[in-house]
Design a protein around this ligand. Structure first.
Ligand code: SF4
Length: 388
């Protein structure tokens, strides 16, 4: 049922039909072909049409079959009766004075997620959500205060990219510079707890005949779902980011409770073995700076010790307090002292400058305004910049 979307207009026009159309967004070529075969087309023709549809959907960004001019007129006539390529509804689109954009998109079942675009001069990173809510309860994270509603389908994950490209007007897929040059799986949810859908979506996004984004331009951020880390490296080969945030298990158990299941030692071992990481493709360690919790010089020295033998870079993230949080951001002095120790040990460790503060100030409240379901991008806004 993942891809079945009710055709509301058709229902309004002809209530007796109650038409249900299958969304093609999120299907790869073989699945599109299989869907066409189900309509009665023979397999060879279906494979050829599937290639054409894939091109229109993911290279040209068409959302209407009538625009797909290389497909026969007759077929364009009946495709909308059975299929759709429509986008989710944009419930809200905010743009910061610095160009950062934040979308809240609503899926047909009413569930909503956020995605954020952080532009640079000639490129930009899109931060994409993988779940509605999150099962993990990281104590510094506002999203951690809401329950998991459900996983997103592959189509819903890709749709966030399509919506952003529609808004930025980046069709067909540019060969050279792009304003959505990078993707970070760092929005709502833990991507490795929705691995199959995330993997399917990323494979479609990487496909050279469609959106064609290199694996080197995709970063997947995990709080440490150790058993899936190797699989992610072997199957997808994307860049890895780890939400580390603490250097000993006592503190990390509180900040990132999945640590109780997969403690720091196991997590770092998985990082050491991550396929494809090397000095040119370092693993990013995200570290939110919390006053008096994880920001001492001793913590910095321990971080350096832990990262030994891992091709790593560190992303220091000033904590952005939210109502009700027990934490405060580290002082500037503490952050710079920490950064210097890590940097002197040979690891890049920038303190990220927040982007889009004017709209990020409402971050979480955007979604909670429509439904009590805050979505945090406090860390992702920084990490997205770091991935560029
Ligand atoms: S930091 Fe990530 S994994 Fe942890 S609660 Fe927030 S969204 Fe979930």
């Amino acid at each position: 049922m993942d891809h079945l979307i009710p055709d509301v207009d058709a229902v309004d026009r002809q209530p007796e039909l109650l038409a249900i159309r299958k969304s093609l967004i999120g299907l790869d070529r073989s699945e599109i072909a299989a869907a066409l075969v189900e309509t009665g087309i023979d397999e060879k023709a279906a494979r050829m049409r599937a290639r054409q549809l894939f091109h229109w959907l993911y290279y040209r960004g068409a959302s209407k079959f009538e625009d797909m001019s290389s497909i026969s007129k007759e077929m364009r006539g009946w495709l909308p009766e059975k299929f759709t390529a429509e986008r989710p509804e944009i419930t809200s689109l905010q743009e910061s004075t610095d160009g950062t954009r934040k979308w809240l998109v609503k899926f047909p079942d009413g569930q909503e997620v956020e995605s954020v675009h952080i532009p640079e001069e000639d490129r930009g990173a899109l931060c994409v959500s993988s779940q509605v809510g999150c099962t993990l309860t990281c104590s510094f994270c506002h999203t951690g205060t809401m329950k998991l509603v459900r996983n997103l389908t592959a189509g819903e994950i890709i749709s966030q990219m399509l919506v952003a490209r529609d808004t930025i007007n980046e069709w067909p897929s540019p060969k050279g510079e792009r304003m959505i040059s990078n993707i970070v799986m760092m929005g709502m949810g833990e991507p490795l707890l929705n691995y199959d859908n995330v993997a399917k979506a990323l494979k479609i996004i990487m496909d050279g005949e469609g959106i064609s984004l290199s694996k080197r331009r995709i970063t997947l951020s995990t709080s440490g779902v150790v058993p899936k880390i190797r699989q992610c490296g072997e199957e997808l080969g994307v860049n890895l980011a780890i939400s580390l945030h603490a250097v000993n298990n006592d503190v990390r158990d509180i900040l990132v409770p999945i640590n109780k299941r997969y403690p720091i030692k196991e997590l770092l071992q998985a990082c050491k073995e991550y396929p494809g990481s090397n000095n040119a493709r370092r693993i990013t360690f995200e570290y939110v700076m919390l006053d008096g919790i994880n920001d001492s010089p001793a913590d910095a020295r321990e971080l350096v010790r832990l990262l030994k033998d891992i091709p790593a870079k560190v992303n220091l993230i000033p904590f952005n307090p939210w109502p009700g949080t027990q934490y405060q951001c580290s002082s500037n002095n503490a952050m710079h002292r920490f950064a210097k120790i890590v940097n002197d040990a040979g690891y890049s460790s920038p303190i990220r400058v927040p982007r889009g503060r004017d709209i990020m100030a409402a971050c979480g409240q955007l979604k909670s305004a429509s439904k009590k379901a805050p979505a945090s991008v406090r860390h992702k806004e920084n990490a997205a910049s770091a991935s560029l």
